[in-house]
Design a protein around this ligand. Sequence first.
Ligand code: ZN
Ligand code: ZN
Length: 162
Amino acid sequence: MTRAHSEMVERIGRFSDALKKSRLRLTHQRLEVAREIACNTTHPDVETIYQGVRQRIPTISLDTVYRTLASLAALGLIARVSVSSGPTRYDANLARHHHFLCTRCGLIRDVCSAALDAVRAPEEANDLGTVESVEVQLRGVCEACAGKESLHGKEEGHGEHW
Ligand SMILES: [Zn+2]
Ligand SMILES: [Zn+2]
């Protein structure tokens, strides 16, 4: 068993314990939603989690997925990722980390870096309020999108114009 795998198993256990203790009944469907988000590192939105769980439970409703994710977030077990646009994305990784966001396809990946962890809020920020945490968001074009672009560039290079 790899370390990442045992972390996932531990995370699923924590999620189901918390759901059990919350006022929500721990149904098989909710447990599957918890399992899906716990094992997903792509910062999925509700729709993506719904599609994933539907593979195993075709009868699950989007509403159940939505409510379960909202409860896990309210319990502090998953975080909402703040991106500028589009539907809310969820993150089961609550360890300190930063994000790389692809501005073309919306991909979000975790970035763990001691250098970014060391970034401190500037003095000026204290005028706005008490800073409790600093998260750096790196924005750019992911490998896959960059690859598509260079491929496209080559095709155009053949000189055939429509
Ligand atoms: Zn991309
Ligand atoms: Zn993350």
